[in-house]
Design a protein around this ligand. Sequence first.
Ligand SMILES: *[C@@H]1O[C@H](CO)[C@@H](O)[C@H](O)[C@H]1NC(C)=O
Length: 357
Amino acid sequence: MLSCFSDHRSLCRAPTIPFLFLLLFYLFNISISCSDGTCQLLESCSASTDCGRSLYCGNCPALGKTQPICTRGQATIPTAFIGGLPFNKYSWLVTHNSFSIVDAPPLPGVQRLTFYNQEDTVTNQLLNGVRGLMLDMYDFEADIWLCHSFRGQCFNFTAFQPAINTLKEVESFLSQNPTEIVTIIIEDYVHAPKGLTKLFANAGLDKYWFPVSKMPKKGEDWPTVNEMVQANHRLLVFTSVASKEAEEGIAYQWKYMVENEAGDPGVKPGSCPNRKESKPLNSRSASLFLMNYFPTYPVENEACKEHSTPLAEMVGTCYKAAGHVMPNFVAVNYYMVLRDKSCRGVMEEVFLMIWIE
Ligand SMILES: *[C@@H]1O[C@H](CO)[C@@H](O)[C@H](O)[C@H]1NC(C)=O
């Protein structure tokens, strides 16, 4: 069962391993016979209605699998397994370019010319266990928009939608799920004065804001998830613009987080170099670690393959590169992925290894 991980076992025995993270994808479905919504994980199916709750019917031709099987579509919420730990002792599933959704309608009369990173709405992402969103924000049309672009400018053919729409989805999720915590990481091209401050306030998100003054500055532990829930500090927001920390009280990402390279360098097997904006991964002065794991040009059909053994191996590689620290955030494209029989859900395997051995 753990064959995908045989070469990482030594890692589990390392005395320094923090034994609790993460299980992003841990969710067994129990059922008895296979029809009408009772097919279990990995059983053959022909339609999603065959599969049990939280499963969908999918296959992975890129892995040579053409027979559809019931596939897990939800990540596990790590706090459901063990509560009460400091925020930085968990791993959370993050969607890269969460807004860049395959079916998103283009602007009226415009042919969109860009690539897509995700397959369903931000609301669905959150309902399926995603707890971190990577959002690129630009000044556009006298507002702030989510956009893919270049040279810091959004164009009508690369634009998605006003950021407020997506932030309102987050607000709705946080208000309906009073013990959940969401992190937003902004690639920030907004120059409008206090633009982000107004945006988050208009979305009704300021009431959940985790104050910068309470963020650990020297690599200490974060407050526990219980403390964050009690204080209603359930939204962490990071910007890529340093000056906004003093000007708007928005945390400057690189003070609090280390990251490996994004894009192709981040999926190269066997290496986990830090991104140039980031301190070295083994720096202990930032207590959050985000692992980027997505190719520069997303290919939807390949994601199920990328998200099996190669992702598991990269978690091990990055764990070592970070000086035996597991990533707190794992950022992927097309987060709903297939696990094959031998590699049944990468983070699930990590979880099982740690808890069983
Ligand atoms: C899109 O923007 C271009 C300029 O970048 C402009 O010429 C064109 O009219 C715009 N199209 C629409 C439908 O707004």
